[in-house]
Design a binder for this molecule. Structure first.
Ligand SMILES: Cc1cc2nc3c(=O)[nH]c(=O)nc-3n(C[C@H](O)[C@H](O)[C@H](O)COP(=O)(O)OP(=O)(O)OC[C@H]3O[C@@H](n4cnc5c(N)ncnc54)[C@H](O)[C@@H]3O)c2cc1C
Length: 380
């Protein structure tokens, strides 16, 4: 019997496994795919996530943008940071590398093991996989992403789902030179969402996502239209990958018995930016700390994790929920505003670098809106 079973070897699962194995615990990761596998994702990791990654991360970086273009109806505005505010990766190689890091730390990673059922008897979890094998451990970490089974099987309410579609297009080195330092966001494409271009060493990741996406066809059509705006001469066929964006607007305890959820499985995505890798890594660190303390008898792990996420992470996500409510219904207004004012864009880039917080951004956004509402009648 292992100490911990981790379901899913995405950034959340492999990170939790690596940290727990490094503490000396016996960890088993069950992953349904064979790696490397494709995960629909822009692969932009904000620089605030750097301390949560192994030091050799630089080998995974494809681009390190310092420019951010915000496009609206009346034009665009580009802001520049002194150092990269994000680093872009290929998820196929990044996720494989993180899984290898977990193996090197001592975790056993079993690929092509899709978990189909779970039981909890006498303080032991048993995970049964599609191949007919059974694995047992005292603790269970659900890191099986937006389409995973753990939340349902352990009875933790699922998050809400938006949706996003993306594709990746290799471009000439001349063309790439125009994009290599720059991410572009366009908020005029879909309600409660945005379109993006993210550079990745010779290729452009282009996508559209929305927190309130209903059916996928309109998202796919809009993505194709955006792609042709970004690359007018591009005529070759391209694959479109779609995936849910799981997020919460209210805190929910993400643990039950000796099981807890992290990353997308927990619905911990930032509901303003749709950034999920930082959340996956952050919650994995909290989970490894809490389960480690529980396994050594120092605390009650479930309560430790639920409490720590509430105190340390929900305090970051809650103002992002408020930002989202303040921003997306008025996206057209903000898009026009940003063409003339860069202070809020700059503040957001400070947040991505861990140099400011959503609380500060929210306060500044509220006062910009109040000033604007107040000044309009006077200006007439
Ligand atoms: C189109 C798109 C673009 C995005 N762009 C960005 C971006 O640029 N930056 C950013 O920060 N975030 C982005 N995100 C979000 C980001 O991709 C996710 O938040 C992140 O992958 C979450 O990591 P995770 O480890 O929790 O889950 P995942 O990466 O989804 O990993 C879950 C793993 O669990 C496995 N699994 C699932 N079910 C089972 C099972 N039953 N048994 C065993 N294994 C199972 C899966 O195969 C998978 O490997 C984007 C999302 C989408 C959809």
């Amino acid at each position: 019997m292992d100490d911990v079973i981790v379901i899913g070897a995405g950034p959340a699962g492999s990170t939790a496994a690596r940290l727990l194995a490094r503490q000396g615990f016996q960890v088993r990761v069950l992953e349904q795919s064979q790696f490397p596998r494709t995960k629909p994702c822009g692969g932009a990791i904000t620089s605030r996530a750097l301390p949560l990654l192994p030091p050799e991360f630089s080998g995974q970086v494809r681009s390190a943008p310092t420019q951010w273009t915000f496009r609206g109806r009346k034009g665009s505005r580009t802001v520049t940071t002194a150092s990269p505010y994000c680093y872009t990766v290929e998820r196929r190689s990044f996720d494989l590398w993180l899984a290898e890091q977990a193996q090197e730390a001592g975790a056993a990673v079993s690929f092509q093991q899709k978990v189909v059922s779970l039981s909890f008897d006498n303080a032991v979890y048993t995970a049964a996989t599609q191949s007919g094998e059974r694995f047992q451990a005292r603790w269970l970490i659900g890191a099986d992403g937006a389409k995973g089974v753990t939340s349902r099987l352990v009875g933790i309410p699922r998050a809400r789902n938006g949706a996003a579609v993306e594709t990746e297009i290799a471009v000439s080195s001349q063309h790439f030179a125009q994009w290599q330092d720059r991410v572009e966001i366009d908020v005029t494409r879909y309600p409660w969402g945005y379109a993006w271009v993210i550079p990745k060493g010779g290729a452009l990741n282009i996508g559209v996502g929305s927190f309130k996406a209903g059916k996928l066809p309109p998202l796919k059509d809009l993505m194709a239209a955006y792609l042709h705006q970004v690359l007018p001469d591009y005529s070759a066929p391209f694959d479109i990958l779609a995936h849910p964006l799981p997020y919460r607007t209210r805190y929910a305890p993400l643990a039950a018995d000796h099981a807890l959820l992290i990353g997308d499985a927990a619905g911990l995505m930032d509901s303003f930016s749709a950034e999920g890798i930082y959340s996956a890594l952050y919650s994995a660190h909290v989970a490894a700390e809490s389960v480690g303390l529980a396994l050594t008898g120092k605390t009650h792990g479930v309560l430790g994790y639920a409490g720590a996420i509430h105190e340390r992470f929900w305090t970051q996500l809650k103002p992002a929920v408020k930002m989202s409510r303040l921003f997306y219904p008025l996206a057209g207004f903000w898009a026009d505003w940003f063409v003339g004012h860069t202070d809020l864009l700059e503040e957001y880039l400070q947040v991505t670098q861990g140099l400011s917080s959503y609380d500060v951004l929210l306060r500044k956004t509220e006062s910009a809106l109040a000033r604007q509402l107040h000044l309009r009648p006077l200006a007439r």
